[in-house]
Design a protein around this ligand. Sequence first.
Ligand code: PLP
Length: 365
Amino acid sequence: MQIPFVDLKPQYQSIKHEIDQAIEQVMSTTSFIGGPTVKQFETEFAQYIGTKHSIGVANGTDAIEIALTALGIGPEDEVIIPAMSWISTAEAVSYVGAKPVFVDVDSQMHTLDAALIESKITSRTKAIIPVHLYGCPADIEAILVLAKKYNLKVIEDTAQAHGAEVYGQVVGTFGDISTFSFYPGKNLGAYGDAGAICTNDDQLAQKCRMISNHGQKAKHDHEMEGRNSRLDTLQAAILSVKLKHIDKWTEQRIANAKYYHELLSKSGVQIPVTSQGIKHVFHVYSVLIEDRDAVKLEMLKRGIATQIHYPHSLPELKPYKSTENLDEYPNAVRLGQKVLSLPMYPELTKEQIAFVVQNLIKMTG
Ligand SMILES: *Cc1c(COP(=O)(O)O)cnc(C)c1O
């Protein structure tokens, strides 16, 4: 049996008719930038997340940069981020001229350890970016308490967690602003790069919209200098179709995770921890194992593709390494050494999951 890590084909096949029609619709109008198609997706996505505004942008990395800029964060400022995430979270902070300040992740949840944040807050700290890593909500309630105490902004990096919840409230609605990626492999994926920003704040929303469109309020009315980071109209049309199906796909991911849990519960493999009140949407199903690299290679020989999210914590990466003391991030470093992401996508079958687990158990004894 050959099992890919992610297979986007069955999903396209299942909605091909709707997608092709949506693409044809855009082609027939030849309106490729902005227009009612983008507006419609923005309205639908804001409704789905539960915020007043959603602003489509070019990708999830730009979304973070634009959110930081709109909040007035720049040179001399510090922004607290988890030591384990995709590089975008750190990169965006650096690109606006601020300093990413890493905080270790929790050993069980793998998201920001809120108990360690306070020791990293200085007079320059302006914001915290919790990442809902792998689709699991970060400890957002504790983070909001700290943000209030120190007057910090909260930007939720929700790139991996479309529709995840904390006691029934959708992530991306807790902070001042939240950012999303629609990279094809994400839970809500476009057929190219795309992203969005969500907020309830009217002024912040308007600012993000201006920044992402050359600082224009209306055409040729440049209020400020901005940039070009707009949501592509074709991608918006595709995303509107896919948004109609996301709840079903999320339920399928959760059911797949449940089956993995069941089959792995008596093994020595450390499975993802879920806590009460948390709706984890399993962008990634990650386990911790010894001899990770050897197991990954052996799995591949047996036809099972796995990935690593991520092989190195952020402070270990070249741009940060020389100024960081890795002893401060034991959990993130350990995660990088032991984490293995098993195949996960909605259309994965029970037979495929059983085959993955059977082989994994054989190898991990
Ligand atoms: C994917 C991702 C991003 C960036 O999204 P792009 O659309 O690829 O720019 C940011 N943060 C996290 C945690 C991500 O997983």
